[in-house]
Design a binder for this molecule. Structure first.
Ligand SMILES: C[S@@+](CC[C@H](N)C(=O)[O-])C[C@H]1O[C@@H](n2cnc3c(N)ncnc32)[C@H](O)[C@@H]1O
Length: 255
């Protein structure tokens, strides 16, 4: 079952921000420098695209907005509308077959899959004009080591997440997220052309609510409790979650 039907929130996020993104493309995207020659393709990348259909709809919307931006520059620009190349990125185990089977037959862009973690280089230097990532960046690249270390103050015994966990656990998640974000931004800085644009949609939780009472916390506590029951019944191996919520990390970064 695709993400969009499994979790209603993702399409809602994308719909909510669609008009805003179109507005920002119109106001800020520099179409003179990224791609002034029609033979140079305008490249878009969706990082953490999953299997669709949200990625397909979002990329189509962006391309329409980019075309409008070109047309707004006057007749000279309208005549040199670029060719579009879209890179769909996700982890290597993503079901790219389903994604590519679902792409519209009459699409007006070249499509390519790029498998691998976005916490690392994905593209050549200065080769991407527009990067988009929706509800994917909050996943850590891996489980922080300390959570599995019995001798660490951050040993996360009996939990799958930092909900209802001691501060050391929260700090371990937070520090790892900060490291991942640093790598992400460093790598994108190399890959995005000068004058290009990046749009990131990242879920966050409300600082004022105790973590165990927000929607993510409640969900993770329920999942943890069910998994604990299964572990007891089946003697399964315990696997902590890499899901990060960004609110307290944002606080740290604001300082
Ligand atoms: C919640 S889904 C969002 C899918 C889609 N962007 C949307 O808005 O419907 C998160 C996706 O991010 C991918 N993801 C998580 N960490 C990643 C990483 N380090 N590199 C590439 N993809 C990643 C997951 O595999 C998953 O497909």
């Amino acid at each position: 079952m695709p993400w969009s039907t499994k979790y209603w929130g993702r399409k809602q996020f994308a719909d909510l921000v669609k008009d805003k993104i179109v507005e920002v493309i119109s106001a800020k995207l520099d179409v003179k420098s990224p791609c002034s020659v029609s033979s140079v393709p305008f490249t878009l990348a969706d990082l953490g695209c999953s299997v669709g259909p949200n990625t397909v709809i979002a990329m189509q919307n962006f391309m329409e907005a980019i075309k409008l931006k070109y047309q707004d520059q006057g007749p000279a620009h309208s005549q040199i509308l670029p060719q579009f190349q879209v890179f769909f990125n996700d982890q290597v185990l993503n079901d790219f077959n389903t994604l590519f089977r679902s792409l519209p037959q009459d699409r007006q862009y070249f499509a390519a899959g790029v498998a691998g973690s976005f916490c690392g280089r994905l593209f050549p230097e200065s080769s991407i004009h527009f990067v988009y990532s929706s509800t994917a960046l909050h996943w850590l690249s891996r489980v922080p080591e300390e959570l599995r270390d019995r001798n660490s103050a951050a040993w996360n015994k009996g939990r799958i997440h930092y909900t209802s966990a001691p501060d050391e656990v929260i700090k371990a998640y937070s520090a790892h997220f900060a490291k991942d974000m640093q790598i992400f931004f460093d790598d994108r800085a190399k890959e995005i052309v000068s004058g290009g644009m990046m749009v990131l949609i990242i879920p966050a939780s409300d600082d004022k609510l105790p973590r165990s009472q927000d929607a993510f916390g409640i969900t993770f506590n329920c999942m943890a409790s069910s998994l604990m029951d299964m572990v007891k019944l089946l003697k399964m191996k315990w696997i902590p979650s890499t899901y990060q919520c960004t609110a307290h990390v944002q606080m740290k970064w604001k300082r």
